[in-house]
Design a protein around this ligand. Structure first.
Ligand code: ADP
Ligand code: MG
Length: 412
């Protein structure tokens, strides 16, 4: 099992100290943005459908200090007014920090490589889609969202930067607006064709709740997900594999869905009326479409059950979602199937792959008392098949992004 993550307060205090060492000045503040788990609603977002993610108690923290022309200590003698310096504690082996810099005036899509593309993309989106005047700044990042596990570590970074700059520059952007802004950053600057779900969860999550999001209208509502009160938790099983066909598989599935909608005379699969016969479709397209239509129904059913406080009862729907993703949509892989099967056999109430598939993480809804047993069973099953050891940890639904109030007294 992974070590428990330290509380946000102490992480934030460490980050402030570290910031002063790195940049020679105190930050203006610290902001937090969580990763997310998608409870159910997989491959429905780009079909204008329903998703039900929740923000998790693992987050990116950024300490930020705006550059104030004229009043700078001129650290490194290069502190031009529109230069952004970024550093992250997530660094290659043997290095303490991963550092980068860019100048705001010179930003253009694809022009910043590596992880700095995410903060740079947010700045670019603020300048180009919101007309904001953004000065240079220094930023230090520390995140407990595992990278590449399908828990949206990248959106945690983007959202943390967005809420920090929104507040420091008094831009007055509301949460839905910031969700679209970070989507613009990913689509236009980073060049990833991602949707609106991940950043919406990171921005609008609430402790003990999931976020029911309609990807057609972008309307969202919180739905109670009181896992702790029911003695439950969500076990994340990060398989730590990404299969090489993940990108191609994703775009092939998108095209299948578009073809299916067109053949059924609908603008998107969301517009296909319930009960429509899928017989006109070829076998593969029919199975792809059947997954999406069934998955939208399952999301609505989970929402109804959660509203009726039947939290344990959603387990079967999670498992049905996995079967559909495995058999009809064909985006699972042996490691994800093994994680789900082993968790269910050891007593999980439900389990499914989460995220795009072909690797990444599975989730299992478990009773708190079963954590050791289910974890041990998953580890044993992976070892028996010669799979890489997965990373296991539990998450609970947490609050969306915001400023971290530092309660310590400075100068101690
Ligand atoms: P995920 O599913 O975790 O979002 P992505 O491939 O979309 O996977 O995003 C991972 C990328 O996000 C990393 O390769 C890195 O560029 C960036 N990233 C995430 N967390 C951090 C961090 N703590 N420090 C630096 N970069 C990060
Ligand atoms: Mg990502």
């Amino acid at each position: 099992m992974n070590a428990p993550v330290p509380p946000v307060q102490s992480r934030a205090e460490d980050l402030v100290r570290r910031f002063a060492e790195v940049y020679g000045a105190e930050p203006d503040g610290v902001w937090r943005a969580p990763g997310r788990v998608n409870l159910i609603g997989e491959h429905t977002d780009y079909n204008n459908g329903f998703v039900l993610p929740f923000a998790i108690d693992r987050s990116a923290l950024v300490a930020v200090r705006l550059r104030r022309p004229g009043s700078e200590p001129d650290f490194e003698r290069e502190a031009e007014a529109d230069v952004v310096r970024v550093a992250s504690t997530y660094a290659p082996d043997g290095e303490e920090l991963s550092r980068a810099r860019f100048s705001i005036g010179g930003l253009e899509p694809g022009g910043v490589g590596g992880w700095a593309a995410y903060p740079a993309g947010v700045v670019y989106a603020m300048v180009h889609s919101s007309g904001a005047a953004v000065p240079g700044f220094d930023l230090l990042l520390d995140s407990t969202v595992p990278v590449g596990a399908g828990l949206s570590s990248s959106h945690a970074v983007e959202v943390a930067v967005a809420v920090a700059l929104n507040e420091l520059l008094e831009l007055g952007l509301d949460r839905p607006r910031m969700a679209r802004l970070t989507q613009y950053a990913e689509n236009e600057f980073v060049g990833a064709p991602t949707g609106i779900m991940d950043q919406s969860a990171s921005l609008m999550g609430q402790e003990g709740s999931a976020l029911f999001l309609d990807c057609r209208s972008l309307d969202s509502e919180t739905v109670p997900l009181p896992l702790a009160r029911h003695g439950l938790e969500m076990l994340v099983i990060d398989t730590r594999v990404v299969h090489s066909h993940a990108d191609g598989g994703y775009s092939a599935r998108r095209s299948s869905c578009e073809r299916g909608a067109a053949a059924l005379g609908a603008a998107s699969l969301r517009e296909v009326p319930a009960g429509t016969s899928l017989d006109v479709l070829d076998d593969e397209t029919r199975r792809r479409v059947r997954h999406v239509l069934g998955e939208n129904e399952r999301v609505l059913q989970v929402v109804r059950q959660l509203r009726a406080d039947d939290v344990g009862g959603i387990g079967n729907l999670l498992t049905a979602s996995h079967a559909s993703l495995r058999d009809d949509f064909e985006v699972s892989c042996p490691e994800l199937d093994q994680a789900v099967d082993a968790a269910l056999a050891a007593g999980a109430l439900g389990a499914r792959m989460t995220g795009g598939g072909f690797g990444g993480s599975a989730i299992a809804l478990i009773r708190r008392d079963d954590e050791e047993r289910v974890s041990a069973a998953v580890l044993a099953a992976f070892a028996a098949r010669g799979f890489r050891e997965p990373a296991l940890f539990t998450v609970l639904p947490a609050d969306g992004a915001g400023r971290v109030r530092l309660t310590w007294s400075r100068g101690e």
